[in-house]
Write a protein that binds this ligand. Structure first.
Ligand code: ADP
Ligand code: MG
Length: 617
């Protein structure tokens, strides 16, 4: 049970955690789940205890939209105003439509400029994103009703092979349905998580995820290590699944019985075939009433009919293994996904072929949604033991002179990690140094996120540049960042621990990354200017020290020249013109070099002086 804090004075629930759902947006069926306390649960939408919502959309005459079982039922009675398999068209353009995809029963048109596909129903044009959003919206509304809480945030799954544009389209569909989409994750990753695979950091495994759904087959080889799910290979057949088996049953019956072959009765026959197939997971033979007939099918017959399709899927598995470079012996387990893996013959074939442990204790059509819910739960911060933190999402660094960001830990560094860097002071006799830790990709700290600050005190007074301050950053597997500063000459040290270094959510991280690209140019210009200003300040400080220390060695006109060049440089340091400032710095260095050399030569002679005199006399 989840613990719910209650305000004792008012009796009100004070801090009910927001539920984040996981959604499997499937080609045939969709499903939504959440974590209740510790247990991932399917939300029983569609008035079905199994929570299956067929991914079908029907447009009725009055302009109403029907989703789910009712829409699926209309596939037979009014196929022209009912859509299914929309997922096949998500984020696709005319050029990546295969021959087979062109055979979809509804009319697909492509937009002239972009080639983006739209679907025509009853002379109206819909985008796949829009159609998918109807399914997601229905899941959202039903779940909000059933959980008595407005559901706003979601994790949505996609096949491992989905391209960026397909993922983007899925995200858009979620947003259109009113969700804040926290993450798009791979279906095989979700399925593995539902079985708890990869949820502990010590675990390292290689898993094959076998997903035989309604219309598609996907197999992925995952390497799971340190909580990172790596897709080593994925293979599949976009037109292989339960639908093929239903059609094979229809053909079998058409040969045996006198059935009319008009569109209506063929549609009904498919429904009957699917029913028979599903019942045969429980019983070894069944009879289905169909119009004036009773159709019979045995499990043995079904297995024979299904065999060629299973064989095809096994060939895909072997290809995926080959692609991944993994030997069957290195595979630790198989995860079963998809309603069609309920065919008992599937497990038999997999055992024969690979002979390793098969995870089949969860309902195969539910595992993806359940795993997505586990991921959602992790993102909501409910699982303190497991932060989904494989790499640093943004760079971490400190503020240096002029407000510049100096990155110490680059983004995407693998955790845990420890990195050190040395700094020094910029002022003579500086006793304290403030260390401000920022996160972000921008060149100026003011555009990044301040994580924390601390002051290293008690540095013994030394000339600027002499103290050696070592800064060590480490981040452990739980994402806790600690920063330690130590002055190496005096051993003074100070430490800072930042527990919430990665509290940003995905959206914020993405928007920050986008900003860093967007402002790259102006950031770079700023950085060049600040670098030049820092250099000018450094030169100014040292030049004045030089003048002070060497009064007796310098001619008045030399002092004059130095002061004049300094004044020119300092005047430009206040301007925004980095180029002119850099020129004045270069001019200063060039024109005073001879004076500096002269003084240095005199100093060297003086320091060698004693022995030289001895030697000469
Ligand atoms: P998808 O991922 O493609 O959306 P699902 O994983 O929900 O689809 O699988 C749907 C398919 O599973 C359908 O073809 C359905 O007929 C099939 N199916 C469901 N239950 C069984 C069963 N007991 N035996 C065989 N096939 C089944
Ligand atoms: Mg699926």
């Amino acid at each position: 049970m989840a613990r719910i804090p209650i305000d004792i004075k008012t009796g009100k629930v004070t801090d009910q955690r927001e539920i984040i759902v996981g959604i499997d947006l499937g080609t045939t069926n969709s499903m939504i789940a959440y974590v209740d306390g510790e247990q991932p649960r399917i939300i029983p939408v569609g008035h079905a205890s199994n929570g299956i919502l067929p991914s079908a959309i029907h447009f009725d005459i009055g302009g109403g939209i029907v989703v789910g079982h009712a829409a699926k039922a209309r596939l037979v009675s009014s196929p022209q105003s009912t859509v299914y398999s929309v997922k096949r068209l998500m984020g696709r353009t005319a050029s990546d439509l295969t021959e087979e995809q062109r055979k979809l029963p509804y009319t697909v048109i492509s937009r002239p400029e972009t080639g983006i596909l739209d679907i025509v129903i009853d002379e109206r044009v819909y985008s796949p994103v829009e159609l998918s959003s109807y399914i997601l919206k229905d899941l959202k509304d039903q779940a909000s009703f059933l959980l008595r809480q407005e559901i706003r945030k979601a994790v949505i799954t996609v096949p491992a092979y989905f391209s960026d544009s397909q993922r983007q389209a899925t995200r858009q569909a979620g947003e259109l349905a009113g969700f804040e989409v926290l993450r798009i994750i791979n279906e095989p990753t979700a399925a593995s998580m539902a079985y708890g695979i990869g949820l502990s950091r010590e675990e390292a495994k290689t898993v094959m995820v076998y997903d035989l759904g309604g219309g598609t087959f996907d197999v992925s080889i995952l390497r799971i290590e340190d909580g990172i799910f790596d897709v080593l290979a994925s293979q599949g057949d976009n037109f292989l699944g339960g639908d093929d088996i239903d059609l094979a049953i229809c053909r079998h019956w058409l040969k045996q019985y006198a059935i009319q072959e008009d569109q209506q009765s063929l549609g009904e026959l498919r429904v009957a075939a699917e029913n028979a197939k599903i019942r045969l997971s429980e019983v070894t033979e069944c009879e289905i009433p169909f119009r004036n007939l009773v159709l019979r099918l045995t499990r043995t017959e079904l297995e024979e009919l299904a065999e060629p399709f299973i064989e095809k899927s096994i060939q895909c598995c072997k290809m995926a293994l080959k692609d991944s470079g993994i030997n069957v012996k290195e595979l630790d387990e198989i995860v079963l996904v998809g309603g069609s893996t309920r065919l008992p013959v599937v497990i038999k074939r997999l055992v024969n072929e690979f002979g390793i442990h098969i995870n089949d204790t969860l309902h195969p059509e539910q595992v993806v949604a359940l795993g997505a819910a586990v991921q959602a739960d992790i993102l909501s911060g409910n699982r303190r033991d497991f932060l989904l933190l494989d790499v640093t999402p943004l760079s971490i660094g400190i503020e240096t002179m002029g407000g510049l960001m100096d990155t110490i830990i680059p983004r995407n560094s693998k955790l845990p990690l420890r990195l050190a860097k040395q700094y020094t002071t910029s002022r003579d006799g500086q006793r304290n140094i403030r260390i401000s830790v920022f996160q972000g990709e921008r060149e100026l700290v003011k555009d990044n996120l301040l994580l924390g600050e601390f002051i290293l005190k008690g540095i013994p007074p030394m000339p600027a540049g002499l103290p050696r301050i070592e800064l060590v950053f480490s981040i452990d597997v739980d994402g806790i960042l600690s920063a330690k500063a130590r002055e190496l000459r005096s051993n003074q040290e100070q430490e800072l621990e930042i527990r919430s270094a990665f509290k940003l959510d995905q959206e914020e991280i993405i928007s920050r990354l986008k900003e860093s690209v967007q402002f790259a140019d102006s950031d770079m210009k700023n950085k060049v200017l600040i670098d030049a200003r820092n250099e000018a300040a450094y030169i100014d400080q040292n030049a004045r020290k030089f003048l002070n220390n060497n009064q007796t060695l310098l001619l008045p006109e030399e002092v004059q020249l130095i002061l004049q060049k300094l004044a020119a440089m300092d005047a430009l340091a206040g301007s925004e013109d980095a180029e002119a400032l850099q020129h004045s710095i270069d001019a200063f260095n060039r024109e005073t070099a001879a004076i500096a050399h002269k003084v240095m030569d005199i100093q060297i002679q003086q320091s060698l002086g004693g022995s030289q005199v001895d030697h000469l006399t």
